[in-house]
Design a protein around this ligand. Structure first.
Ligand code: PMP
Length: 391
């Protein structure tokens, strides 16, 4: 046979080991991972059903129980990013023809509507303007009117910077035999969450934000009620890959532990270490630190004359901050200045906030005074370069 062609110029770069620039990721995620988490990821592989690996999975589940504040047996990692957790929740909680009320105040609600429709759900798209969150009264009338099987809310709407209060929502849902599903991708570990005390039935989250791990694992929780509903389904979930009856077996939820897919071994090492760090620091100190850093950011930004996009302080998410772009300022130029000068990521808006805001994430390992001060300095200098002066 002919010899295969020599490595072309296109692949020349592959002859040297990988190098990446060091960046401070202060956008809506991913945030920088903790060095201990990155180190754990480079440990030698184990087989995905070897007893020492199953033990690591048990430790992850225990860590997730703490992070979610639950005694439920039903915690695990969905293999994939937040979207995989979202799709697992919807495809398993909802049967075709059942109603879901989706609290939609940004792109996450919009995506849940899209996914739920794909799985044959009867979708009620409940809207409130971007930058606001739902009142218990709004939710009560929607649940009473539509009698849904599932109510979806996003605790931290990272496209708008809105925080959704969950007080009283669990009781409302249980009174109407409805399951409460909550997105905590950019809030878990950063703001208080009590799965059991608040009567939440299903939660999905993300690894790459306040938990200081790389993207690729979605922390997941189900209440006893949610698992009963799962087991009482008349139809199988329309996805094999995300069928929680099967994934649950791999994680020891049910009788046996059996192969469903090959757990992403190194990613779960990272999550084991991330959960160990959460347990070591403690949730209350983590929540406190995130709040302090949010306050520090706004003390600095207010001095520059910048305003929050979320008008009502009680609706403001502390982990992903949305900052109004002042008239006449090129938001991209400021973000570019931060990146070029400090290797610092500041993001623009997304969905309803595109072009209107900057988004600054202060999450997990990145929630430090030094990082926040650097963000403030980058804004001060980037705005000055644009000729902006405080009004
Ligand atoms: N929900 C929220 C609130 C998010 O912030 C994100 C990530 N930006 C997601 C869901 C989706 O997560 P992923 O990008 O990890 O799939």
């Amino acid at each position: 046979r002919e010899p295969i062609p020599a490595v072309s110029d296109e692949f020349r770069g592959l002859k040297t080991p990988l190098q990446v620039p060091a960046r401070i990721l202060m956008g809506p995620g991913p945030s920088n991972a903790h060095p201990r988490v990155l180190a754990a990821q480079s440990l030698p592989l184990l087989g995905h059903l070897h007893p020492p690996f199953l033990h690591i999975m048990d430790e992850i589940q225990a860590g997730l129980r703490y992070a979610f504040q639950t005694t439920s047996k039903y915690t695990l990692l969905i293999s994939g990013t937040g979207h995989a957790g979202m799709e697992a929740a919807i495809s398993n909680l909802l049967e075709p023809g059942q109603t879901i009320v989706v609290g939609n105040n940004g792109i996450w609600g919009t995506r849940v509507c899209d996914m739920a429709a794909r799985f044959g759900g009867n979708v009620i798209d409940l809207k409130t303007p971007a930058g606001t969150s739902f009142s218990l009264e709004q939710l009560t009338s929607a649940v009473e009117q539509h009698k849904p099987a599932v109510l979806f809310l996003c605790q931290g709407e990272s496209s708008t910077g809105a925080h959704q209060s969950l007080a009283g929502v669990g009781d409302l849902c249980h009174k109407h035999n409805c399951l409460l599903l909550v997105d905590t991708v950019c809030s878990l570990g950063g703001v208080p969450l009590f799965a059991d005390a608040w009567g939440i039935d299903c939660i999905y989250s993300g690894s790459q934000k306040c938990l200081s791990a790389p993207p690729g694992a979605s922390p997941f929780f189900m209440s006893e009620r949610a698992v009963q509903a799962l087991q009482a389904r008349k139809t199988k979930p329309a996805t094999y890959n995300l069928d929680l009856n099967l994934i649950g077996d791999y994680w020891g939820w049910f009788a046996k532990r059996s192969y469903h897919h090959t757990g992403p071994v190194s990613t779960w090492y990272a999550m084991r270490e991330a959960m160990a760090i959460v347990c070591e620091i403690g949730l209350e100190p983590m929540w406190k630190r995130h709040l302090e850093m949010h306050n520090r950011l706004w003390a600095g930004l207010s001095q520059l004359g910048l305003q929050p996009f979320v008008e009502d302080e009680k609706d403001r998410l502390i982990t992903v901050n949305t900052i109004k772009v002042p008239e006449g300022v090129d938001f991209l130029a400021v973000a570019k200045y931060a990146m070029d000068t400090y290797s610092l990521e500041i993001a623009g808006g997304l969905g309803p906030t595109a072009g209107k805001v900057w988004r600054v994430g202060i999450m997990g390992y990145n929630a430090t005074a030094a990082n926040v001060d650097l963000v403030i300095m980058a804004f001060a200098e980037g705005l000055k370069q644009q000729g902006y002066t405080k009004k």
